[in-house]
Design a protein around this ligand. Structure first.
Ligand SMILES: C[S@@+](CC[C@H](N)C(=O)[O-])C[C@H]1O[C@@H](n2cnc3c(N)ncnc32)[C@H](O)[C@@H]1O
Length: 430
């Protein structure tokens, strides 16, 4: 397929997403099934146009003065893929699969409008109603943070030290451009690439089948590491889901101590069994019924709450969720977080710690949750976290955003990772 066919494919997918409010991954998969002649390079290029368009949907639409899928897809090529209007017209000339050319109105808007004149939330590519929350979280830096949440993410892996060193993983994936990640101790990073470039399918690698690494954003690795369980600790991952943090902590504990993995949703927990097996993990017990945890009340050294959240920190990877988020979703997540925190707190032993994590950057889900929880549960108080950060990552590593050092927020702009919030609450001794 030439560029014209790929552009048309991306416009079809964007139309499907808009008209039927479908998740991007589903719309892309259906397009692939209906166009079996398209090769993997074509599908990757179409996916890139679609994701790039959604990440910067508002600013693209503003500059084109048009929010249609066609205008958005063209804007990607002009703003993000380095084509000038003339070069793009020449490239599409004579391609019978290309979409109709951009209208005179679109071209006139694109050549005359300047993004600096757009409203700030348009410049930052965020829903208007979220702006006050980002301002509260980041002060004057909020626009830089918002813009970084609209960029392409890298592909991050965690070397599974139970089976392979980071160097060994880097070497195995050398041809994909893998290199040590900047902050996480066991992190490996593959660059995001640009234009039509394809990310490697790392899960097809033999080294993945052998359990040498997991696919995990560097931010997720860092917050699991900051929980800092010691080798013989008894740990509970109360919102274990598919086990990303469980696996990271179990490996950091060197297969010693015990990690109890629980999730209220059995379906989300299911993949953990196969992942534990592949990783060679022997210090994890999986629980799919909260009653199985009864004997652990007030007994555990570390209890992790990787809470359900709006996922604003993952907007780079799931840009469609950015535009679907509503105040109602946010309120629901805040209520779920309070419930999970209350449930989990019962398992912390005196002097033990309750670790709270979200993959959101909104203060409603982060610092405000911590303030509320501590005022209602005065036996818990936040502990400084930057010392652990430095001891794990070294002095030269990038620093997260922090108000007072008692919680940290990782962001694409500050740490080059997805957005994550981390806070450790210490329970008073008896
Ligand atoms: C952010 S996800 C966890 C991701 C996972 N820890 C990982 O690293 O892959 C949040 C999880 O919390 C679970 N959850 C929500 N409310 C809960 C509750 N009250 N008790 C236990 N789990 C809960 C959800 O089912 C969901 O799987």
């Amino acid at each position: 397929m030439r560029l014209g066919g790929r552009l048309s494919g991306a416009i079809d997918v964007l139309t499907d997403i808009e008209e039927r409010r479908r998740p991007v991954a589903d719309a892309l998969k259906d397009w692939g099934l209906a166009h079996r002649f398209a090769g993997s390079g074509d599908r990757a290029a179409i996916g890139n146009i679609v994701y790039d368009a959604l990440r910067m949907r508002l600013s693209h639409a503003w500059l084109m003065n048009d929010a249609s899928p066609t205008a958005l897809a063209y804007a990607v090529l002009l703003r993000q893929w380095g084509f000038s209007p003339d070069a793009l017209a020449a490239e599409l000339e004579g391609d019978r699969f290309a979409p109709p050319p951009l209208s005179e109105e679109n071209l006139a808007a694109f050549s005359s409008r300047r993004l600096e004149d757009a409203p700030l939330h348009v410049q930052g590519d965020i829903p208007n109603w979220i702006q006050p929350s980002l301002e509260a979280a980041f002060g004057d830096g909020w626009l830089t943070e918002a813009k970084a949440l609209a960029e392409r993410p890298t592909l991050d892996l965690r070397a599974n030290t139970l089976k392979a060193s980071r160097d060994k993983v880097v070497k195995a994936l050398e041809r994909s451009g893998a290199a040590p990640a900047p902050i996480a101790r066991y992190g490996v990073r593959i660059p995001a690439g640009d234009g039509a470039s394809r990310l490697p399918n790392v899960t097809a690698e033999l080294s993945f089948q052998k359990g040498w690494f997991e696919v995990q954003d560097e931010g997720s690795q860092i917050v699991a590491d900051l929980a800092h369980p010691q080798e013989h600790d008894q740990v509970l991952d109360f919102c274990a889901g598919g086990g990303g943090k469980t696996l990271a902590m179990a490996a950091a504990m060197n297969n010693k101590g015990q990690v109890h993995a629980y999730d209220a949703d059995r379906k989300r927990l299911a993949p953990i069994i196969e992942r534990l097996r592949r990783a060679g993990t022997r210090n994890v017990q999986v629980h799919d019924d909260v009653r199985q945890l009864d004997a652990l009340k007030e007994k555990l050294d570390v209890v992790l709450v990787d809470a359900p959240c709006t996922g604003t920190g993952t907007w780079r990877r799931r840009p469609d969720t950015k535009w679907r988020l509503t105040q109602k979703n946010l309120d629901e997540r805040v209520a779920q977080q309070q419930e999970a925190l209350t449930g989990a707190a019962a398992f912390v032993k005196p002097s033990g710690s309750l670790v709270y994590i979200t993959c959101s950057v909104l203060p409603e889900e982060n610092d405000r949750q911590m303030e509320r929880f501590c005022s209602e549960n005065p036996q818990f108080s936040p502990e400084p976290v930057l010392e652990t950060w430095t001891s794990l990552s070294g002095n030269g590593a990038p620093r997260p955003v922090t108000r007072d050092g008692r919680s940290v927020t990782l962001t694409p702009a500050s740490t080059g990772t997805d957005g994550f919030f981390f806070c450790r609450l210490r329970k008073a001794p008896q």
